[in-house]
Design a protein around this ligand. Structure first.
Ligand code: IVH
Length: 675
């Protein structure tokens, strides 16, 4: 090929073809040709460009990698400042956002919005002139960013040349904005490789993306799995689009990757529903999102609304509740549990996590304190895990100033002064004094409480009061109580006294499993109690049982067996149980069988359409496994199964913090329990 004109023509063909296939592969995830065919075209292009370097153009695929490392990044001024977004937490604040807009526009009519997942990456701006990518920059301080064009060119999802649909003209200049990010699977792989190579690990995908874009050597960036979603332009005025929805479709036609979870919502309630859906989907996405961006769709309205100093009035970031926060560990309190376990509790400078103010968090035991490297005065990372219990994750040792104090476990029980012991091989420090008041009160609370005999009117407060008043010291004392003793007490009266006495009377009739569970024997909870009920029929049998006999019960291990044996050999225990029988406690045969079913104690509610089985079948499965099915959302519901098109119930369920299951999750539970 010596004719320069023919070479130019072939190069143009190759570039167009390579751009098309790169778009199909990286943006649409729908390739038209095999990888090897693509490579052959690329090799042909590279060979030609090597022979004719003067014919290399900035939009050539060969320009994705290469060049000598830069000494530093040049500054770039954004023609239109890159603003940030205000935050909204929860549905009320989204409605407030709409209220502010309506007041500003002096209208009461409802508005349409576009919602977009808020990716947790880095905002960049890409300038295209006559369809060719010329300049790419970081957001920087919003006005000035850094020129990272060469690094951005390495990202396959960023087109080097815009696609032209049906010969429609390309804008002379367009400044596209979007988010550079790294997906979770790519992030895991990257860190794995770094670990194997002895390099430091990235803390999260966002840091990995930022670190990769900040490379002066674009060859390093080229080796990082960066991805890109476009979400806007600096100024839509000159474009053939009336609103954000149309703009995203247009950007898609130009060859950009648009997040498939973008939605057009007709009013703010639809926005709120979409937010709930995203929150639900969050854990299943291939990338991190930290909220949802809500934008007024109509560009004319956006223009009227304008900007505040740093953020537009027409958009807001609806943030997901943060499950983690940092705060200060200001002190430690030591509690005494029902079984004498000394539990250190972290006293925190109150901090809001996921909408709840957290001021205390259990530290479990001494080993945990050491493992998390905690000192009083430390800055600590606190989280509310999947359930709601706050926990201290770790200390931020870098923030220490030298005045932090070590945490020292007490030598004596904070309640009774008895010497504490930490049995060999155990993590727990214990008060072994059986008369320790803290243990006695807790044992009484437990006995009368929900996990015990569930005596109405004898909740935690009432038990504490009765102990304070000297009316009860030990479990049998509960059955000796008389209405005349209760009625004159603070907060009581004839009626509540009578009711409590009646409830105590009713609790004289109980099942074997319930009584055993209520006694609060160490390592013995409701499940073990039910297992024991299947094997032992009377207290006398328990008194006569050896450790081996307990071990024979399926599900009872060495530690539990030893604990049971010690407990029932204790003369004080036998005396106490004898007293209970004398006071009229009667044990009836329980239904341990039914209660042992895997879904016992659960209440399921179904919403939306199920595809794998009918709703009646699903309900039948739950019942077979010992669960209950609710017909509406009420306080008893423990699991909400959300099928397709789940609407308001799902939203409510999310707000109530229920266990939300997809149909798949549900089928998995059923399958697991049918084996
Ligand atoms: S729009 C004027 N849309 O959120 C509107 N931002 O504080 C400004 N972000 O730094 C941004 N996803 O990196 C917009 N779909 C999205 C977004 C998004 C993530 C980030 C962006 C920016 C921050 C705004």
């Amino acid at each position: 090929m010596t004719d320069l004109g023919a070479v130019k023509k072939r190069l143009a063909e190759l570039r167009a073809e390579l751009a098309l296939h790169a778009h199909r592969y990286y943006v649409l995830d729908d390739p038209l040709i095999a990888d090897a065919e693509y490579d052959a075209l690329l090799q042909e292009l590279l060979a030609l460009e090597q022979r004719y370097p003067e014919l290399v153009t900035p939009d050539s695929p060969s320009q994705r990698v290469g060049g000598v490392p830069l000494a530093q990044f040049a500054a770039v001024e954004h023609a239109v400042p890159m603003l940030s977004l205000d935050n909204a937490f929860g549905s009320d604040e989204l409605r407030d956002f709409e209220g502010r807009i309506q007041r500003f526009l002096k209208t009461e009519g409802s508005l349409s919005y576009v919602t977009e997942p808020k990716l947790d990456g880095l905002a960049v701006e890409l300038v295209y002139e006559h369809g060719v990518f010329r300049l790419g920059s970081t957001r920087g301080d919003g006005q000035f960013g850094e020129d990272i064009t060469r690094n951005l060119k390495t990202i396959a999802a960023i087109p080097l040349r815009l696609l032209q649909k049906d010969g429609s003209p390309l804008p002379a200049r367009i400044e596209v904005r979007g988010e550079v990010f790294i997906g979770l699977a790519d992030f895991a792989r990257l860190n794995l490789e770094r670990g194997e190579a002895g390099e430091s690990l990235f803390a999260n995908p966002r840091n990995a993306a930022a670190g990769s874009l900040r490379q002066l050597d674009s060859k390093i960036t080229a080796g990082r799995p960066l991805d890109f979603y476009a979400y806007g332009v600096s100024d839509p005025a000159a474009l053939p689009c009336a609103g954000q929805g149309e703009l995203l479709a247009y950007l898609g036609e130009l060859g950009f990757k648009i997040n498939p979870l973008v939605r057009l919502c007709d009013d703010i309630e639809a926005v709120i529903e979409q937010f709930a859906r995203l929150l639900f989907l969050r854990g299943e996405l291939a990338y991190d999102i930290d909220g949802m961006v809500v934008k007024v769709d109509d560009f004319l309205l956006q223009k009227r609304l304008g900007n505040k100093a740093n953020s537009p009035r027409w958009a807001i970031a609806a943030k997901f509740p943060a499950f983690q926060a940092t705060t200060r560990l200001v002190g430690i309190e030591f509690g005494v549990g029902r079984t004498g376990a000394i539990t250190p509790v972290a006293l925190l400078e109150p901090v809001r996590i996921g909408g709840v103010l957290v001021g205390r968090a259990t530290l479990h035991n001494e080993d945990e304190i050491r493992r998390k490297d905690l000192m009083i005065g430390d800055t600590v990372l606190v989280q509310r895990a999947g359930d709601v219990i706050p926990e201290v994750v770790k200390s931020v040792a870098e923030k220490r100033c030298g005045r932090e104090q070590p945490i020292i476990m007490p030598l004596e029980c904070p309640q009774c002064g008895h010497q504490l012991v930490r049995p060999a091989g155990e993590a727990v420090t214990r008060c072994l004094n059986p008369h320790c008041p803290a243990q006695r009160v807790r044992a009484l609370i437990y006995f009368a409480g929900k996990s015990g005999l569930d005596i109405d009117g004898l909740g935690k407060k009432a038990v504490e009061q009765l102990v304070r008043e000297g009316l009860i010291r030990d479990i049998p004392d509960i059955y000796r109580l008389r209405a005349e003793q209760l009625a004159p007490l603070d907060g009581w009266g004839d009626k509540s006294a009578e009711k409590a006495i009646a409830a105590i009377g009713a609790a004289k009739k109980t099942t074997f499993a319930r009584l055993i569970a209520a006694l609060g024997i160490r390592h013995v909870g409701e499940v073990t109690a039910q297992l024991l009920e299947q094997r032992f029929k009377s207290l006398a049998e328990l008194y006569g049982a050896k450790e081996e006999d307990f071990l024979e019960v399926e599900g009872v291990g060495g530690q539990v067996a030893a604990s049971l044996f010690d407990y029932f050999q204790d003369p004080a225990v036998r005396l106490m149980l004898g007293e209970l029988e004398e006071l009229g406690l009667r044990i009836e045969q329980g239904e341990a069988g039914a209660q042992l079913l895997p879904l016992a104690g659960t209440v399921f509610l179904f919403t939306g359409t199920l595809s794998g089985l009918s709703r009646n079948e699903a309900k039948a499965r739950v019942k077979e496994l010992g669960g209950q099915v609710a017909s509406g959302l009420n306080k008893k519901v423990t699991h909400l199964v959300a099928g397709e098109k789940a609407g308001s119930k799902l939203k409510k369920g999310l707000e109530l913090g229920l266990n939300i299951l997809t149909e798949e999750d549900f089928l998995r539970i059923i399958a697991a329990n049918n084996q």
